[in-house]
Every structure is written in C-alpha cells, then in structure tokens.
Design a protein. Structure first.
Length: 259
C-alpha cells in the first residue's frame, strides 16, 4: 500500500510540536496538520517553512477543548462560538452539526481565515483535516467544498473505516460508510483511514494494522504525538515502530502531497 502517516495537533503547544518534529525527523511521519491559532502554531510554522520537502496541512479547528478560539470575531459566529470568544464545546458542536444547526457561511468564514493565516505565514498547504473530525458532517463538508478551491486544495482526510477494536458506541462506526461516501465524492483522499483510540496506552495496533488483509491502495494513519500526556507519548512511540515495520513489509510511505 501507499501509506501516509500524519500528526494531528501540530502547533497545539510546545510539547506536541517537539514530539511531532522528532517523528518527522526520524521519518516516522510523512505529514502533519497545523492548528492555525494555538500557542505552538508559530513553532510549527517555522518547522514547516524550513522543510518544504514534507507535507503540511491545516488542522482546521472549530471546537474548544483547551484554549482553542476562532480567528474571526465570535460575534460573527453565533452558531459556532460563544460570546466570550471561544468555540463551543466539542460535543455541543457535534450534536448541532448532526442537526444541520450550524450556519455554513460561518464555517466558511472561519475556515478561510484559518487557511489564510497559514498561507500568509508561508506554509504550503497540501491537505486539510479537522480537530475532532468535524469535516465529516454535512455543514462542514459544504463549507470545505466552497472554500478549499480558493486555496487550491483538493485533498481532505477520509472518515475512519479501519479499527483494531470495534468501537460499538461510536457514531462513526455505524454511520461512517455514509460519511465516507460523501467525502470521497467531493475530495481526493485515501481509501482507508485508521486512528488509534484516543487516550489509550495500547500500542498493539501497530502489529494488528499491518497484519490485516486489505485490497486498499492507500491508507492514512493519524496520530497525536506528545511527551507530557501518557497517551500522546504512547502514540509517539507507536508511530515510529509502525513506520519501521511498514517499510520492512514493503509498503510505500508517502506524504499527502504525493497522493
């Protein structure tokens, strides 16, 4: 297979930036997506500008888990942000998105602002994904369809369809095939996508993922490297082991730009 290994949350903070750079320099990661408005964004951008041979995208951010905030004025995003200048909590935004209760024009303005910031900082964008994978929901897909052509971007992460353990409580597990079809119709993407379950220390997925039988020509593996949080540190170590094993098995590790 052609395998993309991508780090999400590049730019979240200094810890995640340093861990992601370690994996990029080691060849364990072929790509990373940058959060446009976070404490470590400038550090991530500096690395991206110094390494144009690697693939860097935008980790579009529409929810607040820690200090995430919109680049547009919150008052102009009444269905996406709170009056105090923050995005809504992740679960709130998910439920609103499933009810089509988020204004597409608000998502478009904020998406354009985030992409424009990275482009103005000198990042050559190869693809996009989103914090919390919100781009699988209809309002966000519509916004990306309208905004991405302005920036010459055609590549978007797919919806997860590969699991080591079946997440029976996950809506994506049950509705993912529908969402995948919509994403694949609109954008260039990989056939398969895998991401380890968040906040787990189980790194056995590296062996299970390579042992599975698949006819897919392309696979993205997404991780969240870090040092301070144990689950991020586990993913940092696991992706390095996975990349070595994938190459040894004859798979071709590529960046998003090469897809």
């Amino acid at each position: 297979m052609r395998v993309i290994t991508n780090a999400d949350d590049f730019g979240m903070d200094e810890d995640t930036v340093k861990a992601t750079i370690e994996c990029l320099d080691a060849g364990a990661l072929t790509s990373a997506t940058i959060m446009p408005n976070m404490p470590g964004t400038v550090l991530a951008v500096e690395y991206a500008r110094a390494h144009p041979e690697k693939s860097f995208g935008a980790h579009l951010t529409y929810v607040t888990d820690t200090v995430e905030a919109p680049l547009c004025e919150a008052a102009t995003l009444p269905t996406l942000a709170t009056p105090d200048g923050r995005f809504l909590p992740s679960q709130t935004t998910r439920m609103k998105a499933m009810r089509n209760a988020i204004a597409v024009d608000e998502i478009e303005r904020e998406t354009a602002a985030q992409l424009r910031r990275l482009v103005d900082l000198g990042v050559r964008l190869s693809h996009v994904d989103s914090h919390g994978h919100l781009h699988k929901f209809k309002p966000f897909r519509r916004a990306l369809r309208n905004v991405l052509p302005r920036f010459g971007i055609t590549k978007v992460r797919n919806v997860q369809n590969v699991y080591v353990v079946r997440p029976l409580k996950s809506p994506t597990f049950w509705f993912g095939r529908w969402w995948r079809g919509k994403v694949m119709k609109l954008f260039t993407t990989t056939e398969d996508f895998f991401m380890p379950a968040s906040e787990t220390l189980d790194t056995s997925w590296t062996k299970h993922l390579l042992a599975r039988r698949s006819r897919a020509a392309s696979l993205e593996v997404g991780v969240h490297p870090g040092y301070a949080e144990p689950w991020r540190d586990a993913e940092r170590r696991a992706i390095q082991a996975f990349a070595d094993a994938a190459r040894a098995a004859g798979h071709d590790l590529i960046g998003w730009r090469d897809l």
